[in-house]
Design a protein around this ligand. Sequence first.
Ligand SMILES: C[S@@+](CC[C@H](N)C(=O)[O-])C[C@H]1O[C@@H](n2cnc3c(N)ncnc32)[C@H](O)[C@@H]1O
Length: 432
Amino acid sequence: MAIAFLQADMDTIQQAAVLVISQVLSGRNLNQVLSEVTNSLPELSSQQRGALQDISYGTLRFYGQLSSVLDALLNKPLQDLQIRFLLLVALYQLQYSKAAQYAVVDFAVNTVRKRNPAASGLVNAILRNFIRNKNALLAAAERTEVGRYSYPKWWIQEIRSHYGEFAEAILLAGNQHPPMTLRVNHKRISALEYLSLLTENAIPARIIEPDAILLERPVPVEKLPGFIDGLVSVQDAGAQYAASFLDIQDGMRVLDACAAPGGKSAHLLETSEIKLLALDKDALRLERVRQNLQRLQLNATLLAGDAAEPAAWWDGQPFQRILADVPCSATGVVRRHPDIKWLRRASDIEGFAQQQKRILTSLWSLLEPAGKLLYVTCSVLERENQQIIEDFLSHHTSATQLPLEATGMKQGQLLPNVLHDGLFYALLQKQN
Ligand SMILES: C[S@@+](CC[C@H](N)C(=O)[O-])C[C@H]1O[C@@H](n2cnc3c(N)ncnc32)[C@H](O)[C@@H]1O
């Protein structure tokens, strides 16, 4: 189904969601596809855009469960994948949205009738069968691992092998809606003052960390007072620990080695007067750092370069602090990116681990004696976290791992919960 075809014929968000799901499951990034599809449909109201986003995210979030239910309803596999995706979208709407059941079914049947009249009876029968036998079908899906947790098998096994009895809570937390948390720009306004601004604007919220305000419900950023003028940014509370863990003092020469889109760079600059080099391999993503710092009225040197190949960009002056927020599986932020559950492969983890080792080893030689390096991932997988650090420490006698403390954090690992995402932190110090 091409976007041009949709533009001419599509009059509902259900079809747009089918397009999003089919593109994501063929390997593309959810946010990118969603923005392309939304831009191709300027006639959608903001409410319809919100519904399209909810259906697309939700269908992927519960794709394992919905697929198990659908397979139980089918006598043989559906050849037409577009019809399969339409059924998954409709099942999501029937189970998780407030849309009227008859409307969901009628629209799906009409869409299929236009595309493949012979299949419309099947679609009608499947959706009505689901409505009639919902409880039994959901209970049967619950008895399979993928149906119960909505993750691929390898992912469930990986989490279980490390977390044992706690695995279920981690997997289920990844299927929740993520909280929306703000980072107050310390240089412009205090958290208490910004909380009053939110209250004046009828946006319920509470302070949960020195600079972090948790909103009771997500709101579009345009509705946040002073957002355009740089009073505040959106950033998870767990990600905000980086600025204090790095133990920065004014005047320091600091490298943020994997900086884009610039959330942690900006926080460092909001809390201290430092000389910051913000590096990222991806020049396009670096542009987002530039825009974010501009909005927040902050200054850093921006450079496109590979953290694992410093010879190409380093001026030879050692850094006193280095932040290495390395590329990773993003398994700790899956509730914000449900597409990664179905895009990642088990074999990707080893690839990330190799990349993380290379980056960490290269950055170590840029750190001055007594300097500190903070290694960060948004992963909950041991293979990308403490195992990387253990391996590094066993090859670098000049490195010591320093203790870090935060509520709920165990050995550097924060697990996703109602207050923050899943992240891993390790602070290393170089011998003097
Ligand atoms: C987890 S994100 C960083 C998020 C960022 N620190 C923030 O708080 O907004 C990882 C970043 O690493 C970048 N990256 C990946 N490989 C890299 C490399 N070898 N050198 C430098 N940057 C790299 C990616 O382009 C991506 O922007």
